[in-house]
Design a protein around this ligand. Structure first.
Ligand code: PMP
Length: 433
């Protein structure tokens, strides 16, 4: 027998936990955008730089005297960073936070989520996910052996003459309550919500909190867009509600907070009783996050802490700027006949594209939702990339609201101008006989 034949593998190589989670819609849409897009409003990150004070902090970290910033630091978070995060979030949550026990730094919010599911979800556990949802929650729950249980935000018809807002998408209290049961281990909350931009109100959060307390359920609260909130709306942290601190892990990241998604610095805040299990996952997988990036983010928070509530606060400025970009993109989309849902937060905007039903070729025999076919048609024919809302729904629910697409408006003026040019030209073509 030749060595060649012996070397061939015939046994299955894939671990069972990967079954059913290997499909990823982003691969397809990223490729389509790379091939056809002149303007890409699909990708969910800024095309503008982080603020100068943050970039300068990174430069100081890598070129300064302290060469130890090139080496490992504390596994669960660089000491200056966990210290300032404890101070910053302690104030917001009304808790005295111990930097060494109540904060853990992660490789972006993504790894924070992964640690939560791996550490807290067991085989047979159910995890409630509110649809539409940031798409990684579902495979992460499944990889941990858990079962996702979905509950939708249901759109209400807005008041006469009012545009639809993300606030019009609400949970049905009875429907939500019906999802809680003996096997429910955790609920994932994402406010402000990607993709809708919904900022959950106090009443809605209280409802969720009461159910979590009643059924002794954990809350994994993904708050990466916490500073991107518009029109004077307030972001409320569910961990600050009665009975919630001890059962909530709050997650955020420098990616959205400081417009530096590529640095991949994120964190979790919560009681040590919960975080200790995240630390176990962290030290047996990633172990450690980049020291210099953590140092720079610590400096960024120091800078911001000194300016809270003042005109030069970065968080205040960023939200104001993004609100202007949001309004501008809404006007451009309306001009061509799309109906935007006004987002209260995040840098995403979802628009109803049902008016274009006759422009997109039918796909007989396919169960691909209309929004997905529309997004592909739009990038191929108009050069404008966006993501179908159905990407943020679980398999059986992908057709429930399959008439919307998501745009990201965290873009330079020139990018938004180029998008507007495409939309204006499209409008003229439509008007032409
Ligand atoms: N949660 C949500 C809701 C997000 O939109 C994202 C990024 N798109 C993340 C988490 C991941 O954040 P990070 O880049 O910090 O890993």
């Amino acid at each position: 027998l030749s060595l060649h034949l012996q070397a061939k593998m015939s046994r299955p190589v894939q671990a069972r936990r990967l079954e059913g989670v290997d499909q990823n819609i982003w691969v397809e849409f990223v490729k389509l955008a790379a091939t056809y897009a002149t303007v890409n409003l699909g990708q969910g990150f800024p095309d503008f730089p982080p603020p100068a004070f943050l970039r300068e902090a990174f430069v100081r970290a890598v070129s300064g005297e302290n060469h130890m910033l090139h080496q490992y630091t504390r596994a669960f978070g660089h000491p200056p960073l966990v210290k300032i995060l404890a101070e910053f979030f302690g104030k917001l949550l009304g808790q005295e936070l111990d930097p060494l026990n109540n904060v853990m730094v992660t490789v972006g919010a993504y790894q924070a989520l992964f640690c939560c599911f791996q550490a807290l979800v067991d085989k047979g556990d159910e995890v409630i996910i509110i649809e539409p949802f940031f798409d990684c929650y579902e495979p992460m729950v499944k990889m941990a052996g858990g079962t996702p249980v979905f509950v939708p935000l249901r759109p209400k018809v807005p008041g006469a003459g009012k545009p639809m807002s993300s606030a019009d998408w609400q949970l049905d209290p009875a429907e939500l309550a019906s999802k809680f049961g003996e096997r429910t281990k955790a609920l994932v909350l994402n406010s402000p919500n990607n993709p809708l931009g919904k900022v959950f109100g106090r009443g809605e959060l209280q409802l969720i909190a009461e159910l979590c307390v009643k059924h002794d359920v954990l809350c994994i609260s993904d708050e990466v867009y916490e500073w991107l909130v518009y029109d004077g709306k307030e972001h409320i942290r569910i961990a600050s509600l009665p009975g919630m601190w001890e059962r909530t892990i709050s997650i955020s990241s420098a990616g959205k907070t400081f417009s530096a998604t590529g640095w991949k610095v994120g964190w979790t805040v919560g009681p040590s009783r919960l975080l200790q299990h995240l630390r176990t996952v962290h030290q047996n997988s990633i172990y450690h996050c980049a020291t210099a990036a953590q140092e720079a983010v610590a400096m960024g928070f120091r800078w911001e802490l000194e300016r809270r509530g003042q005109a030069d606060s970065y968080f205040t400025q960023l939200a104001r700027e993004l609100q202007g970009k949001r309004d501008r993109l809404m006007r451009s989309l309306e001009a061509v006949g799309m109906t935007p849902i006004v987002p209260e937060g995040t840098y995403f905007l979802v628009a109803d594209v049902s008016a274009f039903a006759s422009d997109v070729p039918e796909a007989p025999g396919s169960d691909e939702p209309f929004d997905s076919r529309f997004a592909k048609w739009m990038v191929k024919n108009k050069g404008l990339a966006a993501i179908p809302l159905s990407a943020f729904y679980s398999g059986p629910h992908k057709n429930d609201y399959g008439r919307f697409i998501r745009f990201c408006f965290a873009k330079e003026e020139a990018t938004l101008e180029a998008a507007n040019d495409i939309l204006q030209k499209w409008k003229q073509e439509k008007a032409a006989p």
